[in-house]
Design a protein around this ligand. Structure first.
Ligand SMILES: O=c1[nH]c(NC[C@H](O)[C@H](O)[C@H](O)CO)c([N+](=O)[O-])c(=O)[nH]1
Length: 165
């Protein structure tokens, strides 16, 4: 029996009043597109209105932390503030240490953004050793794992609502 993975949420959260930003990198497009699709589908299944799901892109995963900050500030300036952000990136190990440095820097800064922006910033970055690992986690290999974008959408809604009373 699988012991890893997200347990069931303790209740179904109503996302109908939320505005969620998805900021995705453009590296590894096929995998990214599947993850974004999974996150959007889950957000909509939890009641988030299509017009309140704002999707933007940055070049690569390294740009996700600062891009998320700029995205948050832009939406606030426009009077349409975000209740949570889902940065999505796919990092796949190459033949150098580039992968390790980007994974470490991006992860640390995305975690810090939760406290800097005071909104949930979900960790939507796949850090994979092979393309197949990434494809499986984007739901692109039938029968192997599920689309992790769905988990990220659910986490964004739960974290934006759970402690807001
Ligand atoms: O999102 C990714 N960016 C990658 N590099 C680009 C990086 O995120 C920045 O966009 C670039 O270094 C410019 O700042 C990747 N690799 O290098 O392998 C990768 O796998 N995924």
């Amino acid at each position: 029996m699988a012991v890893k993975g997200l347990g069931a949420v303790d209740k179904k959260y109503d996302g109908s009043k939320l505005r969620i930003g998805i900021l995705h990198a453009r590296w590894n497009k096929t995998i990214i597109d599947s993850l974004v699709q999974g996150a959007v589908a889950k957000l909509e299944s939890l009641g988030v209105k299509q017009e309140n799901i704002v999707v933007e892109t940055v070049p690569g995963s390294f740009e996700l932390p600062f891009g998320s900050k700029l995205f948050f500030e832009q939406q606030k300036r426009k009077g349409t503030p975000l209740d949570a952000i889902i940065p999505i990136g796919v990092l796949i190990k190459g033949s150098t240490m580039h992968f390790e440095y980007i994974c470490d820097a991006t992860t640390t800064q995305l975690m810090k953004l939760n406290f800097d922006l005071n909104i949930p910033v979900i960790f939507g970055v796949l850090t994979c050793l092979t393309e197949e690992q990434a494809e499986a986690r984007a739901g692109l290999i039938p029968g192997k794992m599920h689309n992790h974008g769905e988990d990220w959408g659910a986490a964004a809604v739960e974290m934006a609502i759970k402690f807001s009373d």
